[in-house]
Ligand binder design. Structure first.
Ligand SMILES: *[C@@H]1O[C@H](CO)[C@@H](O)[C@H](O)[C@H]1NC(C)=O
Ligand SMILES: *[C@@H]1O[C@H](CO)[C@@H](O)[C@H](O)[C@H]1NC(C)=O
Length: 446
C-alpha cells in the first residue's frame, strides 16, 4: 500500500503541486518583503508581470479596511460608482468650479484661489475618478523622464507656448521632454553642473558629498530640473499651481518626478521648517517683494540653516531700471534677513541663509523683519498663515545635534550642518528620499 502510493502519479502530482505552491508563496513573500524594505529597488516589478495599478494596491490593507468599514458602517457605500468622464481631472480641493459655486471670495492679488479649498461633505462626489480616454499604462522610469503617453495627459497647450524653451514637444502619440526650461534651454543637466561650479563644489557635483539632498523647486514647470537632479542623488520637491500653464504637475507626476500642486500664497506650505538644503526659482514668476517679503520669509522657514536659494531670473542680471530696482530691494531685504550672496554669475544669483541666530541678534532691534516670537512653532503648517517674521533657529527637536552646527567657521560649507543631520535626525531620506525630521525615540542613539 505504502509502496504503491509513494509512486502513484496522482500523489506525485499533489506533492509537486504543494512544493510549487510553497515555492510560489516564498517568492511572493520575498517580493513583498523586498519591495517594502527600505532602499530596495523594485526592479522585479517588470518581471512579475502583475498589473501595475491593481496588482500592487488592490491587495493592500486599505482595501480590506474599506470592506470592513462597509460591514460596520452603513454610510459607506457598498460599491463606489465611477464619476463622469468630465471629472477625469478633478482635484476636489483645487477645483475652480467649487470656489465659484461656494461663492468663496479668494483674494486674487495674493493667489489665494490657487490654494486648497476643500468641498464640504454635501459637495463631495464619492465616485471614482475615471482615467482619460485612451489611457495607457504609463511609461516606466527612467524612460519616462523623456517621454509620456499623450493620451494620459491630454494637454498640449504648453508644448506650443513653450516651444522656444524646449519644455516639451508633441511627437505622435507621445509627448517628449527635451529637458529644457525657461532658463536652461540647453538642458537642465548642464545648468545643474553650472550651479555646482558657481558654488565651487568638488567635482562640480551639486550634491556636494551628500550635503545637498533635498531641494525645493518653486514654479517648477514640467519639473525637468528635479528630473535631472535625481542622478546626482538629490531629490527635488517640485511645486507649481494649476494656473494658466494648465496642470504642469500632471506632466511631472506622469514622468515619475516628485512634485505637488501648490503655491506660495497665504498659507504655510505643508513642510516642517528646515526641510530643504536648497531652494530654486528659475523664472518662477513670483513677486518676492510683495507683502513685505512674506514669501521669502516662508522660504527662509523651509530652508535649513546654511541652506541656499538659487535665483535665476532677469532681476538677477538685467540692467534696465525696473529690474535694478527689484534687485536692490530684494538684496536689501535679504540682507536684513541675514542672507548673503554666495555667488552671482550670468543669469543666476545664489544666496545662503545663516547657520545660526547670531546675525539676527546683532541686528538693530527695530529691524524688519523681526524674529518670530519664541512660542511660534515653525514646524506647524496645517492651515497656518505665513508670518512676517524670521523663524529662529532653535535646538528644539535636535537634541542629539552635535555642537559643531552653529559654530561652523567654514563659510559656504554645510558639512557641519549635515553631520548634525545624520546624527540628530533619522536621515531616512538617504534611502527613501523622505527625511524624518524629529527623531523617533527608538532611533535616538542611531
Ligand atoms: C488682497 O490682498 C492684498 C495684499 O495683502 C490687500 O492689499 C488687499 O486689500 C486684499 N484684497 C481683499 C479684497 O481683501
Ligand atoms: C483654517 O483656518 C481658518 C481660520 O484661521 C478657518 O476659518 C478654516 O475653517 C480653517 N480651515 C480648515 C480646513 O481647517
Amino acid at each position: 500500500m505504502k509502496h504503491r502510493s509513494e509512486h502513484s502519479p496522482a500523489t506525485k502530482r499533489v506533492k509537486y503541486f504543494l512544493l510549487g505552491l510553497i515555492a510560489c508563496l516564498g517568492l511572493v513573500c520575498l517580493y513583498y518583503g523586498s519591495s517594502f524594505a527600505p532602499g530596495s529597488r523594485r526592479s522585479d516589478d517588470e518581471a512579475s508581470g502583475s498589473d501595475p495599478f491593481f496588482g500592487g494596491f488592490a491587495r493592500s490593507r486599505d482595501f480590506d479596511d474599506l470592506h470592513e468599514d462597509q460591514e460596520h458602517n452603513p454610510e459607506v457605500p457598498k460599491s463606489i460608482p465611477i464619476c463622469d468622464i468630465k471629472f477625469s481631472e478633478l482635484i476636489p480641493c483645487l477645483d475652480r468650479n467649487l470656489i465659484y459655486q461656494l461663492k468663496l471670495k479668494p483674494n486674487l492679488t495674493v493667489m489665494e484661489h490657487y490654494e486648497r479649498h476643500c468641498p464640504p461633505p454635501e459637495r463631495r462626489y464619492n465616485c471614482l475618478i475615471p482615467p482619460p480616454r485612451g489611457y495607457k499604462i504609463p511609461i516606466r522610469w527612467p524612460a519616462s523622464r523623456d517621454e509620456v503617453w499623450k493620451a494620459n495627459i491630454p494637454h498640449t497647450h504648453l508644448a506650443q507656448e513653450k516651444s522656444d524653451q524646449n519644455w516639451m514637444v508633441v511627437n505622435g502619440d507621445k509627448i517628449n521632454f527635451p529637458g529644457g526650461g525657461t532658463h536652461f534651454h540647453d538642458g537642465a543637466d548642464k545648468y545643474i553642473i553650472a550651479l555646482a561650479r558657481m558654488l565651487k563644489f568638488p567635482g562640480d557635483k551639486l550634491n556636494n558629498g551628500g550635503n545637498i539632498r533635498n531641494v525645493f523647486d518653486v514654479g517648477c514647470g514640467v519639473a525637468s530640473f528635479g528630473a535631472y537632479l535625481l542622478p546626482h542623488n538629490i531629490i527635488a520637491m517640485s511645486l507649481a499651481p494649476n494656473d494658466v500653464h494648465e496642470n504642469q504637475i500632471q506632466f511631472a507626476l506622469e514622468r515619475g518626478i516628485p512634485a505637488t500642486l501648490g503655491i506660495l500664497a497665504t498659507k504655510r506650505l505643508p513642510y516642517p521648517s528646515r526641510s530643504f538644503e536648497l531652494a530654486h526659482c528659475s523664472r518662477c514668476r513670483i513677486d518676492w517683494l510683495q507683502r513685505d517679503g512674506i514669501l521669502l520669509l516662508e522660504l527662509d522657514r523651509l530652508l535649513r540653516p546654511g541652506g541656499y536659494f538659487v535665483y535665476t531670473s532677469p532681476e538677477a542680471y538685467a540692467t534696465d531700471p525696473e529690474n535694478r530696482r527689484i534687485w536692490n530691494a530684494m538684496y536689501d531685504l535679504l540682507k536684513r534677513m541675514c542672507w548673503r550672496v554666495v555667488t552671482k554669475k550670468e543669469q543666476s544669483v545664489i544666496w545662503a541663509k545663516p547657520l545660526s541666530n547670531s546675525c539676527y541678534l546683532k541686528r538693530n532691534p527695530e529691524t524688519y523683519p523681526p524674529l518670530c516670537t519664541v512660542d511660534d512653532d515653525a514646524d506647524v503648517t496645517w492651515n497656518v498663515s505665513m508670518k512676517r517674521c524670521i523663524s529662529r533657529y532653535s535646538a528644539k527637536n535636535f537634541r542629539n545635534r552635535p555642537q559643531g552646527i552653529s559654530s561652523s567657521g567654514k563659510e559656504g560649507s554645510m558639512r557641519s550642518l549635515t553631520k548634525g543631520i545624520s546624527c540628530g535626525i533619522s536621515w531616512g531620506g538617504a534611502r527613501t528620499g523622505y527625511p524624518r525630521l524629529s527623531p523617533h525615540p527608538h532611533q535616538k542613539n542611531k
